[in-house]
Design a protein around this ligand. Structure first.
Ligand SMILES: O=C(O)C(=O)C[C@H](O)[C@@H](O)CO
Length: 260
């Protein structure tokens, strides 16, 4: 029996758009609610959210029962973290702060078993192999692992052409917030200079044949990226949705019911 099919990887490989949402509330209950509303993928954020390996596993378990595909972002692209996440059952990884082709190649090696890569073998203990119930996991896992690199500063943008030449890297995600900061526009991801850099990078990624992705709440930028050919587009953040609506609910209640 082979490793589980990765519908997200095969969809973006075919150029099919996959709409996603960021999960930063770091809770399987929220993940379960989010997985039932129709997003193609959900990003379990280990970089900017209070997630650890246990909370990521709990969310992977919940999402496994739903149609939304789990994409996991570690805090950094260290091989030991990648090994743990893959063994825990993550099949799609979004690695932040990729700045060079050499770094991208190291990431490809980290998700690939020897002799072609450096991923440690521990499938006998791993949720990824259904605790060794998937007999052919070791020889089929790589084909169902989707590796996505985040380019989100000027150093990475300068190396983008070389990063795009790395075989085994399935897609590149442009991070507008960090890119804006590094370009001198911190907090201004919508600045014209930043948007121009983002769209230019999108065009390069799509032209390379790899999948292009982004997270932006700007519906105009979402549309522009889609028109260029971006396929994995995150349009919402759970924390933002929750906090904004809680504030509104409180303000509305006070306005409607507060005695003069
Ligand atoms: O730089 C970006 O933009 C991203 O990588 C997404 C952010 O990390 C996410 O936390 C939303 O701000």
């Amino acid at each position: 029996m082979p490793a589980p099919h990765n519908p997200f990887k095969h969809a973006i490989t075919k150029g099919e758009v996959q709409l996603g949402c960021w999960l930063g509330l770091a809770d399987p209950y929220i993940a379960e609610i989010s997985a039932g509303v129709g997003f193609d993928w959900l990003l379990i954020d280990g970089e900017h959210a209070p997630n650890d390996l246990r909370s990521i596993v709990a969310q992977l378990q919940v999402l496994a029962a739903r149609d939304s595909h789990a994409v996991v972002r570690p805090p950094i692209g260290e091989s030991w973290i990648i090994k743990q996440l893959l063994d825990a059952g993550a099949q799609t990884l979004l690695i932040p702060m990729v700045e060079s082709a050499e770094q991208a190649q190291e990431l490809v090696d980290a998700v690939t078993y020897p002799p072609h890569g450096a991923r440690g073998v521990g499938s006998a203990l791993a949720r990824a192999s259904d605790f060794a119930a998937i007999g052919d996991y070791l020889t089929t896992a790589r084909d169902e692992i989707c590796l996505l690199a985040q380019v989100e500063n000027q150093k990475g943008m300068a190396a983008l052409d070389d990063i795009l030449k790395v075989d085994g890297l399935d897609g590149v995600f442009i991070g507008p917030s960090d890119l804006a900061a590094d370009m001198g526009f911190i907090g201004q991801a919508g600045a014209a200079e930043v948007k121009a850099a983002v769209l230019g990078a999108m065009e390069k990624i799509v032209a390379s044949g790899k999948a292009a992705g982004i997270l932006t709440l700007d519906q105009g930028l979402q549309q522009e990226c889609r028109e260029i050919g971006a396929t994995f587009i995150a349009t919402e953040i759970d924390v933002t949705l929750f906090a904004r609506n809680m504030r509104k609910a409180s303000n509305d209640a006070r306005q409607n019911l507060q005695s003069e």
